[in-house]
Design a protein around this ligand. Sequence first.
Ligand code: KG4
Ligand code: ZN
Length: 327
Amino acid sequence: MKVLGIESSCDETAAALVEDGRRILSNEVASQIEIHARYGGVVPEVASRQHTLAIIPTIRRAMDKALTDWTAVEAVAVTQGPGLAGSLLVGVSVAKALALARGKPLIGVNHLEAHIYANWLGETEPEFPLLCLIVSGGHTDLVYMKEHGKFILLGHTRDDAAGEAFDKSARILNLGYPGGPAIDKAASSGVPSLDLPRAWLPGTCDFSFSGLKTALYRLAECGQIANVQDAAASFQSAVVEVLVTKTIAAAKECRAKQILLSGGVAANKKLRETFKERSHIPVLIPPPLLCTDNAAMVAACGYYQYRQGRSDRLDMDVIPDLQLISR
Ligand code: KG4
Ligand code: ZN
């Protein structure tokens, strides 16, 4: 069964075709990074206008590359939220139009759930119960997943998301935008020599990264950062140490069979390596291009929902603050 996935929640316009929720036939991403780079962050109005320009050509490319015509597509899955309202509206409106015109079921997908489902696109099929860590630009969530569509939120960030902390710290260090990949690169030639704080928040599965960011800012203000690479490595080590330690402890506590990483920050090399080194159970991590926003994960997620009999009506609306909830 082939599902067309459409993603437009933030600054990537993406379309993909996925077979049986696991096999990628095409995965097209039109990135707006260069357009937003000059502003140092995503400008919502610019993002939605750019989605409007890019969405039809991106879907066409995905269909062409998959060598698929509409008779072979069984459903249209689209990100319904969370995300920027104007951006989400572009993807959802196009998905509705296609579903109506082609007579296909429409499936509204939660972007956070889709990030988790990027792990179904790899060779190893995830085995329940799972402990999922979603680390993106807007979220840092620890989620226990007992079966398809059943989520228990164990913990989340109390302030900045991990990706947001990367982006803001890169700005402090003048490393440019987007900050995550810039810190990842700078840190690879640095030594974590600065003493930066870690917020452990004992007894909880919650996270906090704003204190770390502020500590880095203070050092920069006082001219105490002699080497940017070392500062990037120190910041990255602090984030990675907390994420890995708390996730592994939670996985032990809830007797998860595997740990699934997802979201843009899961593309971070140090985070990937440290999880693999330290975990007592298998850690599944999608390849970097499936960690950052893409539509293959939306199609995979849509497939598993459709198989459970779920689809949406054409009056389905975008939900910019959609939470991860069980069905
Ligand atoms: O999942 P994503 O593409 O979009 C959201 O749903 O937010 O995540 C984007 C975030 C950004 O904050 C970006 O800086 C971060 O992921 N990111 C990284 C890396 N690549 C992307 N953070 C650390 N290391 C990376 N290599
Ligand atoms: Zn995302």
